[in-house]
Design a protein around this ligand. Sequence first.
Ligand code: ZN
Length: 501
Amino acid sequence: MENQLSIYNTLSRKKELFEPIHSPRVGLYVCGPTVYGDPHLGHARPAITFDILFRYLTHLEYKVRYVRNITDVGHLVNDADSGEDKIAKKARLEDLEPMEVVQYYLNRYHKAMDALNVLPPGIEPHASGHIIEQIQLVKDILDKGYAYESEGSVYFDVEKYNGKYHYGLLSGRNIEDMLNTTRELEGQEEKRNAIDFALWKKAAPEHIMRWPSPWSDGFPGWHLECTAMSKKYLGEEFDIHGGGMDLIFPHHECEIAQSVASTGKPAVKYWMHNNMITVNGQKMGKSLGNFINLEEFFTGNHRLLTQAYSAMTIRFFILQAHYRSTVDFSNEALQASEKGLSRLMDAYDKLKKMHDPDNRQIGPSENSTVTEKIKGLRDKCYAVMNDDLNTPKLIANLSEVVSVINSVWDEKERISGEESGELYDTFKIFLIDILGLKEEDQSTKENDDTLNNVMDFLLKMRQKAKEDKDWDKADWIRKQLAEYGIEIKDTKDGSNWKLNK
Ligand code: ZN
């Protein structure tokens, strides 16, 4: 396979040529949401970032096994080893079963991802469905001597691990300093060292999400699920692990420690992280009052929003920044994106019509600059995508030829049929298939198109029956369609149909 894709590896802190362990098979694991609240921009960004990666790898003809987990247990409110479970807390406040909370917010998450045209992963495993695998992993780490049991809980022994391996490899944190400065164990006397993290936690009597284990009735530590589930579905070694930058420490650092401690080798070849989103220059947070969920963007129903923004505008806006840069949301920026997107989609629509030979005649190209521009476009698009998925440059490359498309449309410029075909193909590949942008009402339109095609086919079949003098069959087709509310009219020019609703 001809492939020059380079991706930035957080582990080596540089761009590396992408070389899968088992080409053309690629294992991709992305940390999914903890489902206890409405989906928001913080969910949209990693989902879209890794959707682009998934789409591009697939376009390059890799066979991608894409796993994105659902965290539904073990993620405690302070992201550390104490406090209530995020989902159990929500269940308590709303007087619901924890799995009702999970299902409710998971349905909303899926709906929002569909609207954003984020393709579903191949496997979406739940942490609570993999307790057995997680218990086995704790046993493996205990057997290797890198964990200890204390009061019914099991903790990872960071100091011991760091004596043989290197804890802090991914985050670049100096663990020697942390070991020396965090000897104080406020309320965490069970641990030998404050930097140790929980693999298994004994459940307090009031804790409702609990499972039996050799150590106690309890629940797995937050970091454990991703190590256990990636191993189950992608094997002991796989290609890419992704997630938001906020997960580098402690979550991903702990994942590396868990897999190295249990198998003796790191599981992941390339670590990829998307940057964060700010709102009007501020960190997004519920306490700051600038927390806008996706549905509020789609409806415009939030005091910080001056209008509604479509899902495609949000997607396009996120893609206008490189995934490793921060994105700052503001009404002005979103309005600019809305215009930029409609300019591109409009150009694509014109290309579709120009491309249809019955619709528009295109003369030979008369302008060599235009010819050069069109000729080099596809390669330029691949070059920027191969350079660590540079979507802002890809959008700029496509936007550059919009004026050419508009001039041809307005008949101020002429290009050859071959050139218009090349433009159409390039837009289709990069704008639609890889950037994943679509006309917002496309699904209804696609259904209409399909119905039209199926009806054309049925009318042809009936015409053929009539030519064969198979009157029974022709009549049968007419009657069957009538049952579905479709009326066929025969005229001297052939047959037509209409839907009686
Ligand atoms: Zn994870």
